[in-house]
Design a protein around this ligand. Sequence first.
Ligand code: TGC
Ligand code: FAD
Length: 392
Amino acid sequence: MRTDNFQAPDYYNIDELLTDEHKIVRDAAREWVKREISPIIEDAAQKAEFPKSIISGLAEIGAFGPYIPEEYGGAGLDQISYGLIMQEIERGDSGVRSTASVQSSLVMFPIYKYGTEEQRKKYLPKLASGEFMGCFGLTEPDHGSNPGGMTTNFKDKGDHYLLNGAKMWISNAPFADIAVVWAKDENGRIHGLIVERGMEGFSTPETHNKWSLRASATGELIFDNVKVPKENLMPNKSGLGAPLGCLDSARYGIAWGAIGAAMDCYDTALRYAKERVQFDKPIAGTQLQQKKLAEMITEITKAQLMAWRLGVLKNEGKATSAQISMAKRNNVEMAIKIAREARQILGGMGITGEYSIMRHMMNLESVITYEGTHDIHLLITGMDITGIPAFQ
Ligand code: TGC
Ligand code: FAD
């Protein structure tokens, strides 16, 4: 079994910007990842299995609904604590962080924000404890970056809605108990519906043969004349802004999460470079490897400061969607570049499951694509600074 010797880099003493509560929450998540994720994650990824045994542990460290109020079972923490939890989980594996992101920001958040009091009471405590797992259906086979074009739809049949259509690339779908599904009404307006496993005509086939996020289960959502009770529609927000509002919260978590993956790659590469001797000296003593390592810690430090500042703005209710896009885009690109460089520092060993780097590198190929591709986030920044959308 691989030993987890992780030492978190903090080159600019960013710990001094954190409160005692932030550090307690972060350290609990860090210890849990070391104890429960590191020993099993390589095997789960190799077997392409989501390790369901970790669900209760994720709930215990507050990873399901960190910022959802305690009265609904959430942890009632602030946005920086939420970010730090995501950072620590993704230090272990992006796929595990995906499960937590979806549950918190894409399932609990919309139910809390857009749902009725009955829906909050019915679903949130069970989602917070992990008794229920959820998934989020926005992407369709023909509508990925452009979710506004979705064709999944529902018709009012008097005492229920009739839902038809399909969603693709849905994290947690194969085992989720409930799905938050975005669909158009007869007027073409987008609404969120809570669809429960077991409803007739609802199926969730798994997507196989992924080279990325192998420890996360991905699937489709198929709706074939599914009768959805009227009380399962979330009434408090409609239009494309409703699902995009959830994405803001998840993208923010990814901006922190990606730092975790980068920290793990950097820390592994630094230790290896100091130990690996070639030409009678550690490779860490060569200028080429020092350039890689020095640039890595510089980029991690910049990303840490960006995430922290964004967290402060988010706590104050001032973070804009475009600021969140910039951080998601910057930090994921930073992480994927570090993973690629770190893998080279390990030479041949870098391609093996003895080290986490190649798994992080492959996972980050999904992270740079989902929750808005790298290109889409650049276009969001472009629109924000010029006032001109360039999507079409
Ligand atoms: P556009 O006309 O710009 O906007 C439509 C309405 O939405 C509002 N809005 C937002 N509201 C909240 N948060 C945001 N980030 C928002 N962005 C836009 C906007 O103000 C407008 O409101 P209103 O009231 O005027 O109607 O929409 P558009 O169709 O031109 O598209 C804009 C674009 C391309 C930026 C958007 O479609 C987009 O972000 N596309 C990317 C799609 C995406 O990110 N999909 C993610 C799917 S979920 C996922 O990947 C989960 S991975 C889970 C995991 O495992 O972690
Ligand atoms: P496309 O939109 O077809 O894009 C293809 C390429 O074209 C990209 O490079 C893109 O940047 C580029 N492009 C698109 N539009 C433009 C433009 N206007 N200008 C320039 N370039 C453009 N979705 C969910 O709803 N729920 C989930 O839980 C979920 N989980 C996921 C898990 C995984 C592992 C993956 C891989 C995806 C997941 N997704 C999920 C879907 C994800 O959000 C989409 O893959 C993503 O939004 C991109 O859509 P697409 O794959 O259809 O690519």
